[in-house]
Design a binder for this molecule. Structure first.
Ligand SMILES: *Cc1c(COP(=O)(O)O)cnc(C)c1O
Length: 380
């Protein structure tokens, strides 16, 4: 299996060189727009590309508002803060995610609490979430949800759309609504992924996207907060831009703000990439279908979008039989110049989060030993 899959990857990428996991690709107006930034000197926090990029994101995702930020991590920190997370609160998330999810929870003042994922979507399990809240949640007289075990307020829930596969987000939101817990979707990996024809990140109170160099499209580095709530969008814009009161020349700031705005040169690259996002998504889908066919023929379990979901196939994913098979595959491919990688070490096993409360994590533990990502860059 190791050898035939490696050969197949070399064939579809038509390359004898090193094959990366996910390289950025620039096929449009990126250089032109960057030159425009430099020629006009609008490289930093003033310039039209940021507004344009936000506009294109609104159109594409169907979200009413979009606020560009310096990264997906800062987008999530601010989204959590304006969703109501305060120092000492708890935030429910999944242990199977990239560390940035949990870092942002802590940056916003919260402590993560871990609820298991599903085997087919890799997203938070509505059943396990429901079980956890049944056992531990209580709504007090102030109308807020508290954790009976810790006495702390549970002020947000952050499900993650892993590798672009949409989580069962409608069910998650429905459960959280019963407990007055706002949902902030980590859609960092799922630009172009839809659930029941609605873009991921638009189901919760707020959602966030990332444009890091390895994501579906990139701005070099950057993020986006999306929401349908006008007040929250205005607050997001305000505090990510030093909380400055609008004035032609006076400097007045009315609260502690952040310098989390996306610079114009990053947005310029984003605008260029968004101009052909459909082509990028189509290309990624074709690659996924080639993998799917090959894996089916060779008895390898390849993850596909669940019913009702449309995945961007950001990172193609196989589930191997056990840890030994996984380790051998990773070793063989990486030694032979084809980059593959295991899924992340579970968050509850990292030293920073070892003390955090967890529900039953059977599925996460099972997946941790078996999931591998295959090269998924745009194919020429
Ligand atoms: C990439 C990513 C982030 C963070 O985005 P950055 O732009 O790298 O800060 C957050 N969550 C998940 C699941 C990610 O994959």
């Amino acid at each position: 299996m190791n050898n035939i899959l490696t050969q197949f990857i070399r064939k579809i990428y038509n390359s004898k060189e090193f094959i990366p996991l996910h390289a950025p690709k620039f096929l449009g107006n990126e250089k032109k727009y960057l030159n425009e930034c430099i020629d006009t000197t609008f490289v930093s926090y003033v310039g039209a590309f940021v507004t344009k990029f936000e506009e294109m994101t609104r159109d594409f995702t169907g979200s009413a508002y979009a606020v560009a930020t310096s990264s997906g991590t800062t987008a999530l920190q601010i989204a959590l803060q304006i969703a109501g997370v305060r120092q000492g609160d708890e935030v429910i998330t999944q242990p199977l995610t990239f560390v940035a999810t949990c870092n942002a929870i802590v940056h916003s003042g919260g402590t993560p609490v871990f609820v298991d994922v599903e085997l087919d979507t890799l997203g938070m399990s509505p059943e396990k979430l429901s079980d956890f809240l049944n056992e531990f949640a209580i709504i007090k007289d102030d109308g807020q949800c508290y954790n009976k075990a810790s006495g702390k307020r549970i002020s947000a829930c952050v499900p993650v759309h892993i590798f672009g596969f949409p989580a069962r987000i409608d069910q998650i939101v429905e459960i959280c609504n019963k407990y007055n817990i706002p949902v902030v979707e980590d859609a960092a990996e799922s630009l172009g992924s839809f659930y029941k024809d609605k873009h991921t990140g638009t189901f919760g109170k707020l959602g966030i996207l990332s444009y890091n160099g390895n994501k579906t499209i990139t701005t070099g580095g950057g993020g986006m907060i999306i929401t349908d709530d006008e007040t929250l969008a205005a607050r997001a814009k305000h505090i990510t831009t030093t909380a400055k009161k609008p004035h032609p020349y006076e400097f007045v700031h009315d609260e502690i703000g952040y310098n989390f705005r996306m610079p114009n040169i990053n947005a310029a690259v984003g605008v260029a990439q968004m101009e052909y996002i459909d082509r990028i998504l189509e290309n990624k889908r074709q690659t996924a279908m080639l993998y799917k066919e090959f894996c089916e023929e060779n008895g390898i379990k390849f993850l596909t979008e669940p019913k009702g979901a449309f995945s961007n196939y950001w990172l193609n994913t196989i589930v191997l039989r056990n840890l030994d098979e996984r380790n051998e595959f990773l070793k063989f491919t990486n030694e032979n110049g084809v980059m593959t990688r295991p899924i992340w070490r579970l968050m509850n096993k990292l030293p920073m989060f070892e003390q955090c409360q967890s529900g039953n994590l059977d599925n996460s533990l099972w997946l941790e030993e078996r999931v591998v990502n295959l090269p998924s860059s745009y194919r020429i």
